[in-house]
Write a protein that binds this ligand. Structure first.
Ligand code: HEM
Length: 214
């Protein structure tokens, strides 16, 4: 399989910053549309949805990095931290939009929602689990936590599953879009136990997967 041309090392740092900048464009654009009255229907809900959807997309993208390398030899590991942190910033903005613009900081109503509406309970649980991951997404924490860091960051699978479930439960009728996210997350989770065997098999083939071998 032809591999993608590798980005010269000197551009790695710049490309990561570019990803952060581009990754925040949907939020900025959505905010602009909302503030100028160009979002259809209920602008607060539209903005809240946009942020939630991008949070989920970045979570899926974060989980896709390892299978992309295993299956297609595309090594974008250097972007994984940025994707995970973008997911965190989007969840945080989604949560703040819900608290401030949707619920007007009515803490009693917010707490009731979190306790009584299962999809919000699940979303909140995902957000709470994301916080330690975001706080430890730096080289210092990786060194400090050692093998514990890897264990802690496995929570991202639970978070993505909770995020996709939250999305499916947030709507009255589960449509194709929610099913796609649920299926994607399920596939990415399923890849974890398959991965070691696949990589052993790939090494046996000198690093080249041979899909059509008998
Ligand atoms: C990993 C965490 C989360 C993800 C990935 C996520 C994602 C989403 C998505 C994709 C939607 C549906 C958008 C649509 O209908 O198009 C949604 C809706 C919603 N989320 Fe989240 N969310 C998360 C956490 C939270 C948290 C922490 C809260 C608040 C405590 C929250 C509150 C809501 C509400 C209230 C809605 C429904 C808005 C409405 O239609 O009334 N979410 N979320």
């Amino acid at each position: 399989m032809a591999s993608l041309p590798a980005l010269p090392r000197k551009y790695h740092a710049a490309s990561i910053w570019l990803l952060y900048a581009v990754g925040l464009v949907p939020a900025a654009y959505g905010f602009y549309l909302g503030a100028t009255g160009m979002l259809p229907g209920n602008p607060v809900k539209e903005f809240e949805h946009l942020l939630g959807l991008w949070a989920l997309r970045f979570l899926v993208a974060t989980l896709a990095i390892t299978p992309l390398r295993d299956l297609f030899g595309i090594n974008w590991i250097r972007y994984r931290r940025a994707l995970g942190l973008l997911a965190f910033w989007y969840v945080l903005m989604h949560f703040l939009t819900y608290m401030v613009l949707d619920q007007y900081l009515n803490f009693a109503a917010i707490l009731t929602d979190i306790a009584k509406r299962p999809f919000i309970t699940i979303g909140m649980a995902a957000f709470v689990m994301l916080i330690p991951l975001a706080l430890t997404s730096n080289n210092w924490s990786i060194r400090r936590l050692g093998p514990g860091w890897v264990k802690l960051h496995r929570l991202v699978y639970v978070i993505a599953a909770a995020g996709a479930l939250h999305f499916a439960m947030a709507v009255k009728v589960v449509a194709l879009e929610q099913m796609i996210y649920l299926a994607l997350v399920a596939l990415l989770i399923a890849w974890r136990p398959i991965r070691p065997r696949f990589n052993r098999w790939k090494r046996g083939n000198n690093g080249r997967p041979q899909f059509n071998r008998a």
